[in-house]
Design a protein around this ligand. Structure first.
Ligand code: KMH
Ligand code: ZN
Length: 273
């Protein structure tokens, strides 16, 4: 089994300071949260950015500002911008950070309800456009999977040459509208990806650490962070993303799975540098 890659989704686009005052908005706050996560054992920062008032943005300029500042504080971390952005953003808006040629970026492989009236829209043509741009700029996609059909879409687009192997997936379990955060469904997803692929697991809300433990045992990797969950335990808000990462590290230690450094994570994922 590979060493465990921990991704910290430090910011997200939907969670706010009203939910947890430690959610970062400013560049300084984003750097603070990235550093707390990397110091605790994360090798990948899954990055959304905000304007200082908390409004999510996909502006390449704002991403560059944040990425440059994170690189000073955490020189070895892998920075993975989101191309999902926030519900309702246009495709052109969402794609902007890919032009910065990060090592990785997310590639959302289907449309999913996001609770209430929110729909996170990803048409097949949009997925192809995003995948082609990542291919052209040698950015490794992390294939975001909110439901099983999204794996099938990714495999179809891989066969057509839009996504290069080895494929790397992120199974997001427990979104209201997506696949459930259960062992049965995690096993189903894991069994549906091509041999030689890697996967990480993001459990939403209270499922974060249950799904993390399941992935540690199953040979997958783990994502934690405010984007998915703001609580360290029932009723206790996490004071920093690093606290969530530290808890994942403790679980991995108890379960006998060593943690990957950023350079080991690059090796496991086949990243360019
Ligand atoms: N904020 C969600 C609408 C991604 O980063 O690629 C989309 C999202 C997925 O967070
Ligand atoms: Zn995201």
């Amino acid at each position: 089994m590979d060493k465990l890659i921990i991704t910290a989704a430090i910011c997200g686009a939907e969670v706010t300071k009203e939910h947890n005052p430690a959610v970062p908005y400013t560049v300084a706050e984003i750097v603070r949260e990235a550093k707390s996560a990397v110091d605790a054992g994360a090798s990948i920062i899954h990055l959304h950015v905000r304007f200082d008032d908390g409004k999510p943005t996909q502006s390449a300029e704002r991403f560059k500002e944040c990425i440059d500042a994170i690189r000073v504080a955490c020189p070895s971390a892998i920075i993975q911008p989101s191309t999902g952005g926030a519900v309702g953003m246009s495709n052109a808006e969402r794609l902007q950070p890919v032009s910065l040629r990060p090592e990785m970026a997310t590639l959302d492989c289907g449309t999913v309800n996001f609770g209430g009236d929110d729909i996170f829209v990803n048409s097949e043509n949009a997925i192809i456009e995003f995948a082609q741009k990542m291919l052209d700029l040698k950015v490794k996609p992390e294939i975001e999977v909110f439901d099983k059909g999204m794996i099938d879409t990714a495999i179809r687009l891989h066969k057509k040459g839009f996504i290069a192997a080895p494929l790397h997936f992120n199974f997001v379990l427990g979104v209201n509208g997506g696949i459930s955060a259960s062992l049965r469904d995690l096993t189903f997803l894991q069994g549906s990806i091509p041999v030689g692929s890697t996967f990480t697991v993001s459990g939403i809300g209270r499922a974060q650490f249950q799904m993390a433990a399941a992935s540690i045992i199953a040979g997958g990797h783990v994502r934690v962070g405010f984007e998915d969950n703001i609580y360290l335990e029932k009723g206790v808000l996490a004071g920093a993303n690093g606290e969530l990462v530290a808890k994942a590290v403790r679980l991995a230690k108890e379960l006998g799975r060593p943690i990957a450094t950023p350079s080991e994570a690059r090796e496991i994922l086949g990243l360019r540098r």
